[in-house]
Each structure stands twice: as structure tokens, then as C-alpha cells.
Design a protein around this ligand. Structure first.
Ligand SMILES: Cc1ncc(COP(=O)(O)O)c(C=O)c1O
Length: 427
């Protein structure tokens, strides 16, 4: 069923006819098709979006007027059609007479939910059969410990490639359970780059090479992956903030892990995709809840799992398949990110994105203002236009627009129009 849906027509993305900005004196008509006031109005131009979202006819839905465009880094916006589906099933899930929140995790209803979620995720990412999929708890932060506990002995060397704060946190946690080294760090350049892989001095004895595939705070994303040159050729990736945003060759990785709350569901679910031969070697001190073998043997049902969160992830996976799968999703993500980076790059320095162009994230777009004193005003005015959570992470400041899968094109178009208008008034 899921396969059949994935194979359906490649959707076209007609421009949203209901999205409009109404200036008195329009002279800019950019690629977005939007126009804004050229004169420098004192007041912000009102940007409206009455939007029936038509990015994909098979999944189109009416956008509620009272919902904001939420640019949060996570927990993040979810597809409204998924929320509505969940709403329609909230009290009585498909005739079962109860909510998913009230079901036994061992009952046939919930088993069908978790099995379908796993099957759909396998289809989406084309996960080979020699990989297990685990639905766990504790966030990606818990995996920072679980990975070395399961893959290493206490004296094993491990390589960490640190391209941002999350990779650094993973490295620091691993110090408790193995002997990790940072083989490259972007810290001195404020985490704006990814190194050339050939120049990396990997330890041939390292148990694995760890990367963070997308640094959520700094907006740095791997476009390709280094070949692990350690003896077991194991690459481990934290994909929390770009999970299911594009196709990935899972077979290149020993372990992929991700918190759900950015691209695929609510917080509370952590997904681990692990090659089966790496399961079963946990250190003796490993708590039962961190032991992959326990979770694998029990199909993620060793203890009570985050049932509702898993159900929501399942609805998101269905939705992604209905959109045509991750190739189509990636196309949309590229289109959205291009719009945003373009307005930054063409602003004559009014907006700046510090990240090296070749590794800019499709998911998290950090930017600063030439005049930092305007940042608070930018955020305040954007919020009035129903665009929220644009403040950069407290550790780096500036702004950050997270444009995960569920951020509609209309949301990015609206932000871009607002940014041009803001610049016209404040440059
Ligand atoms: C890339 C990355 N890794 C790890 C984490 C930590 O995730 P959690 O809060 O689910 O533990 C985050 C959270 O934002 C993240 O973005």
C-alpha cells in the first residue's frame, strides 16, 4: 500500500494563488512572484496568506487562518493535514472505541500502528533488511551515551568530526564511555564549514567515525559523507534535524539516529536505525534502557513506548509517502531554502548568513542583520505577521529560520517578502 502510494504520480507544484502581498506601489517582482513597496514606508507592509496549500494536490488542505508560520528549530511545525487527521482520530481511533493514548502498547491496535510506522519509514528511506529500526525515548541526547555504550569497549578510540554544538556535545558525552578524539573541529571558525574529507586524519583503530549530519544551531549540513577509514568502516550520524528531509543511502552508515521533533513528529520519540551486526555488544554497565539488543529483541516494546508520538510519526511517514517520497520532499526543501538564501545573498549585506555556501543547511537558515540593533524589531514585526520563533539560538544570536519538511512554501514566501519589506524600510 505504502509502496503503491510512493510510486504515484510526481506532483506538480502550482503557485499558490491565494498568497498575496498588497502594496500600493509595487515595483519588485522577484522570482517568488511577490511584489512589495519600493518607497520606504514607515509601517510594515501587511503580508497576507489566505492559503489553500496547493503544493501537492494529493495532500492539499485548507490552511487555518489562526495558525502561525512556526520557524522553530524543534519541537517544530507539523503538517496541518496530519494534525487534522490526528484530531479526527483522537477520541476514537478507527472504531477501536479508544484513543491511541489509551491503548495497551501490546494490543493488536497499537501493534498495527507501530508496525505500519516502521514499514513506511523503511519504504521512505529504503532501509536495507540487515538494519533494525528502533523507536526509543530520551532524545538524541540519550543516544550520545547509548552509541559508545553499545559500540565500544571503555578503551576503544573513536573519531568525532565536530561541525557544531551538537557534535561537540556528542563528543563530550562519549568521553565517559570510550576514548574519543576530535579529528576536526570547526569551532575556531564559528562552525561555518565542513572540512575536505581527504584531509581528515582518521584513526585506523577508531571504532567508529561520528558526524552530526545537520547542525541545527549553526546551519551546517553535510551534502556528502566521509568514508570511515577505521577498521570496521563504521560511520555514525546524528540526523536529528535533517531526518527524512531527503533520500539517504542508509547502507553507508552503521547507525543513524534522530529525535523526531523536527521533521517527523512530536518530541518524545527517538529513532535509531542500526546495522544488525552492531547490536549485542553493549558494555556491561549499559542500563537496560540504553541497550539496543533489548529494544531490538522486543521490537521497541520492552517497556511502555511513547505510543502517541509513534502514532504521530506514522502519520507523518504516510504523508511523506503521499507526497511522492523523499525525492519529492527534497525538491520542495531545496526550493524553499533557495528562496531564503537568495534574499539573504542579494541584500547587499543587510542580511548575512555566515555559513560557507556549499554546506548551507536546507533545514536551518541562520542569519544576522548588518545592524544588530534591529534584530529585536525584526522578530517583533515578524511575529505580528504571524511568523514566529525566528530568534537565533541563545549561543549564537541573530536569527534562524527553521524550514523543515512541514514548513509550507507559502511560509517561506511570506518570510522572504517580509525580509525585503523590512530591508526597504530599514536599510
Ligand atoms: C542535531 C541535534 N542533535 C541532538 C539534539 C538533541 O536532541 P534532544 O533534545 O531530542 O535530546 C538536537 C536538538 O535540537 C539536535 O538538533
Amino acid at each position: 500500500m505504502a509502496m503503491a502510494m510512493a510510486a504515484t504520480s510526481s506532483p506538480s507544484f502550482p503557485k499558490n494563488p491565494n498568497f498575496s502581498i498588497r502594496p500600493k506601489n509595487p515595483i519588485w517582482t522577484q522570482q517568488t512572484g511577490l511584489s512589495i513597496n519600493a518607497s520606504r514606508p514607515k509601517k510594515p507592509t501587511s503580508i497576507t496568506c489566505t492559503a489553500t496549500i496547493q503544493e501537492n494536490p494529493t495532500t492539499s488542505t485548507t490552511r487555518s487562518q489562526d495558525r502561525v508560520f512556526n520557524f522553530a528549530a524543534g519541537p517544530a511545525t507539523l503538517p496541518e493535514r496530519v494534525l487534522k487527521k490526528a484530531e479526527s482520530e483522537l477520541v476514537n481511533w478507527r472504531g477501536s472505541g479508544m484513543s491511541v493514548m489509551e491503548m495497551s502498547h501490546r494490543g493488536k491496535e497499537f501493534l498495527s500502528i507501530i508496525q505500519k510506522a516502521e514499514a513506511d519509514l523503511r519504504t521512505l528511506l529504503d532501509i536495507p533488511s540487515n538494519y533494525s529500526v528502533l523507536f526509543l525515548q530520551g532524545g538524541a541526547t540519550t543516544q550520545f551515551a547509548a552509541i559508545p555504550l553499545n559500540l565500544c569497549k571503555p578503551n576503544d578510540p573513536v573519531d568525532y568530526l565536530v561541525t557544531g554544538s551538537w557534535g561537540d556535545k556528542a563528543f563530550k558525552e562519549a568521553q565517559k564511555f570510550c576514548k574519543p578524539s576530535v579529528i576536526w573541529s570547526g569551532k575556531s571558525e564559528k562552525y561555518t564549514k565542513i572540512p575536505n574529507f581527504d584531509s581528515l586524519e582518521q584513526n585506523p583503530d577508531a571504532r567508529f567515525l561520528h558526524i552530526c549530519a545537520n547542525e541545527t544551531i549553526h546551519g551546517v549540513e553535510f551534502k556528502d559523507y566521509p568514508d570511515p577509514r577505521n577498521k570496521d568502516k563504521i560511520l555514525v550520524a546524528d540526523m536529528s534535524s535533517n531526518f527524512c528531509s531527503k533520500p539517504v543511502d542508509v547502507s553507508k552508515f552503521g547507525v543513524i539516529y534522530a529525535g523526531a521533533q523536527k521533521n517527523v513528529g512530536p518530541s518524545g520519540v527517538t529513532i535509531v536505525i542500526i546495522r544488525k551486526d552492531l547490536i549485542g555488544n553493549a558494555q556491561e554497565i549499559t542500563p537496560v534502557m540504553l541497550d539496543y539488543k533489548i529494544h531490538d529483541e522486543n521490537n521497541s516494546l520492552y517497556n511502555t513506548p511513547p505510543c502517541y508520538g509513534i502514532y504521530m510519526c506514522g502519520l507523518v511517514f504516510e504523508d511523506l509517502l503521499e507526497q511522492g517520497g523523499l525525492k519529492e520532499v527534497e525538491k520542495k526543501n531545496i526550493k524553499k531554502a533557495d528562496l531564503l538564501y537568495k534574499v539573504i545573498d542579494e541584500s547587499n549585506g543587510f542580511y548575512r548568513c555566515p555559513v560557507e555556501k556549499s554546506v548551507r543547511s536546507l533545514m536551518n537558515v541562520p542569519f544576522t542583520l548588518e545592524k544588530p540593533e534591529l534584530e529585536a524589531e525584526f522578530i517583533k514585526e515578524a511575529a505580528k505577521e504571524m511568523m514566529v520563533q525566528l530568534k537565533g539560538h541563545r549561543s549564537v544570536g541573530g536569527m534562524r529560520a527553521s524550514i523543515y519538511n512541514a514548513m509550507p512554501l507559502a511560509g517561506v514566501e511570506k518570510l522572504v517578502a517580509f525580509m525585503k519589506d523590512f530591508q526597504a524600510r530599514h536599510a
